[in-house]
Design a binder for this molecule. Structure first.
Ligand code: DHK
Length: 154
């Protein structure tokens, strides 16, 4: 069941990326693909524009930054797309911050976690997510933007 969208569509979608995603394109490309994070940011901005939306695209290697940005997004974003990367498997603090939000939240992972090591099978973020995209590589982010656009239109 989708979260109630009581968001302001003129606000940007916050797209937040966790640790080591700054290495995309170079890091284990057989798992994460060849597309760099700046390229994903450009793809998301272009796709958002086709829907009349905009994005704020950020990356950090620090858990507290993600918590701060999620708190900022509560007031300043129409939706959140988050790839928490490794913190998805460990961070109750990020889950708590997301659960304090009423805007739609899409969890996006490049890889299909179910096909990977057991410790990647659980994501705390999934408990707060409106929907989840996993295993589509960089394309997953673009489809996440489409999902947000559709939710905001509803
Ligand atoms: C990215 C990471 O950095 C890993 O820690 C996660 C995720 C998977 C991804 O597929 O985007 O386990």
């Amino acid at each position: 069941m989708a979260k109630k969208a009581k968001e302001n569509k003129s606000l940007p979608i916050y797209i937040l990326n966790g640790p080591n995603t700054n290495l995309l394109g170079d890091r284990e490309p057989e798992i994460y693909g060849h597309t760099t994070l700046p390229q994903i940011g450009e793809m998301c901005a272009a796709q958002a524009k086709t829907h009349g939306l905009s994005v704020v695209f950020r990356q950090t290697n620090r858990e507290g930054d993600l918590v701060d940005w999620i708190q900022e997004a509560r007031k300043q974003a129409s939706a959140i797309i988050i790839n928490p990367a490794g913190y998805g498997h460990t961070s109750v603090a990020i889950l708590d911050a997301l659960q304090a939000c009423t805007i739609p939240i899409i969890e996006c992972h490049l890889s299909n976690l179910a096909r990977r090591e057991a410790f990647r099978h659980h994501s705390w973020v999934s408990k707060a997510a409106t929907g989840i995209l996993r295993g589509f590589g960089a394309l997953g982010y673009v489809r996440a933007v489409d999902a947000v656009a559709q939710i905001l239109k509803a």
